[in-house]
Design a protein around this ligand. Structure first.
Ligand SMILES: NC(=O)c1ccc[n+]([C@@H]2O[C@H](COP(=O)([O-])OP(=O)(O)OC[C@H]3O[C@@H](n4cnc5c(N)ncnc54)[C@H](O)[C@@H]3O)[C@@H](O)[C@H]2O)c1
Ligand SMILES: O=C(O)C1=N[C@H](C(=O)O)CCC1
Length: 280
């Protein structure tokens, strides 16, 4: 049966993720790119516009959704890997037009996370800080290990990203920590050690430590250390190309296309991927 293609708009078109999302959307036989949103105020976007347009001549670049209202209603799903405030703005637009959204952006504050959660009563949202399959597998592996030895080991999450990443710790590291805290019955907001400086005294038990490394062009690495007396377990995920995130987000967009409101925000994407695997 000739399934109609999922019509996609990419927000953050000139970003590190946006550029790859555009390429992968065009390449995917099940999707069609019908537009891309750029930040009209960004100097970089203006400089890049002619260069990017050369590659994607057929695709019109929207400045911001609300200024191109009549042309946007054709889309099925908006994919947003931009900034927290921009994502919230796009979310309101999607609610108004009853369009579903894939949120890849990270660095939201508590109020913004509440806004996203309540928006899921109106439209379908798939919100994941990491659309690679490996990390979504790692969520389950680390929860399993913690459920067995979490009570008596020290758990540390170390994340490494490129020099231009503006939020810390990564959304992925926070999600890994949230998953483990919940499975251990700990309080994520209290049972965390985000900073260590000066004489901090001996490490407390049943708390998750976070360390952040920023440098170079590191795409994304997450290491979860389970340290005991006499032995350690390290689970490591390394992203070597942003296409792993882009392909995951596009699969999610295909999946979410006709989902109705009240669709829960999915923090782990693995279930969807396995479901899609069955569809393939
Ligand atoms: N979920 C995942 O799998 C995943 C993977 C990679 C990155 N991310 C997250 O995605 C986000 C973007 O990462 P990046 O490396 O592409 O960043 P980036 O800074 O390269 O790209 C962000 C883009 O958003 C654009 N933007 C900002 N405000 C805008 C607006 N009002 N309208 C339209 N565009 C606007 C910027 O101009 C920029 O081009 C970050 O939060 C990052 O943590 C998530
Ligand atoms: O490049 C980034 O920024 C990434 N951010 C995600 C996060 O914050 O978890 C992970 C993928 C890369």
């Amino acid at each position: 049966m000739n399934q109609e293609k999922t019509k996609i708009i990419i927000s953050g078109a000139f970003g590190r993720m946006g550029k790859i999302l555009i390429k992968e959307t065009i390449k995917n036989q099940e999707t069609s790119l019908i537009g891309a949103i750029i930040n009209e105020n960004s100097k970089k976007a203006k400089e890049q516009q002619s260069e990017i347009k050369k590659d994607f001549l057929n695709y019109f670049f929207l400045k911001i959704l609300k200024n191109n209202h009549e042309r946007n209603l054709l889309y099925d799903v908006l994919i947003d890997f931009t900034t927290p405030q921009n994502t919230i703005n796009n979310l309101k637009y999607c609610i108004k037009n009853q369009k579903n959204i894939i949120i890849g952006t990270t660095g939201f504050n508590e109020q913004q996370l509440k806004t996203i959660k309540s928006a899921a009563k109106n439209i379908a949202i798939l919100f994941s800080p990491n659309f690679s399959i490996g990390i979504n597998l790692l969520y389950n592996i680390t929860k399993y290990i913690a459920s067995i030895i979490g009570k008596y080991v020290d758990i540390e999450i170390i994340e490494y990203h490129h020099r231009n990443k503006v939020d810390a710790p990564s959304g992925t590291a926070l999600q890994i920590g949230k998953n483990i805290s919940e499975s251990m019955g700990w309080n994520f907001n209290k049972d965390t050690i985000f900073q260590r400086y000066g004489i901090v005294g001996p490490r407390k038990k049943n708390k998750i430590g976070y360390s952040v490394v920023r440098g170079g062009d590191i795409i994304g690495e997450h290491k979860i250390l389970f340290a005991d007396l006499g032995e350690q377990i390290e689970i490591i995920h390394k992203a070597t190309n942003r296409s792993a995130f882009a392909r995951g987000a596009i699969k999610a967009a295909i999946w979410i296309k006709n989902k109705k409101m009240d669709y829960l925000i999915c923090q782990t994407y693995l279930k969807i991927f396995l479901l899609l695997k069955k569809i393939k």
